[in-house]
Ligand binder design. Sequence first.
Ligand SMILES: [Zn+2]
Length: 232
Amino acid sequence: MGLIQLTERICYLPHDPEVDRPMLAYVRGDKLTLAIDAGYSAGHVGDFYAALEEGGLTRPTFTAITHWHYDHTFGMHALESISIAHRRTNQFLAQQRELAKDPAYLRGLKQEDVHFRREYGEQEQVTVVLADMEFEQELTLDLGGVTARLFHTAAPHSEDTVCVHIPQEGVLFLGDSTSEDFFCGGYMDQDKLGRLMDMIRGTDCRFCILSHCEPLEKEDLLAYLDTVKEQI
Ligand SMILES: [Zn+2]
């Protein structure tokens, strides 16, 4: 599986439903480059870097983390870039790092989640690290000819949700933000979904990118979320 070109400066390694790996994206500036999400494991990071090499692309300068869930962050220790996360994401990761010291925690994750079992196989250890840089509200990176705006937003999926807007390319990366909170019994908070939809509506973009889906046109995503909202 190789990279797919989305716009002139943005490509991505698609999500993999077999292991529930999220998509990993790459934004190419003239000076600096940005990846979006670290991935599930060292193996996932390795596959992404191999695909970048095949495409003649350098290692990302930065890696922005959309939220703390393990399929997006447990590859962080294998990154060769500066990782950036919301302050709350680092707090969640610090908890995960403590939990992961007990081998029973990893065994539990494998039992609960078939995808985790597939991704980690016989491996008996996970390495959890925190992001190198953290921010609270918003952070803008000038990559050279293109900017990336990382910002915290209300979302039903997790309280540390970070979205990444690339205005020049008309792309908004949403992580898993539109889904329910699987770590809170699959609860879908109507108010938070409404606020997230307002943010999406107010953002100037053509594509909305969810980590476990194909890229969507903004209007198609909003129409879909309207139907979700009606069913809550
Ligand atoms: Zn998630």
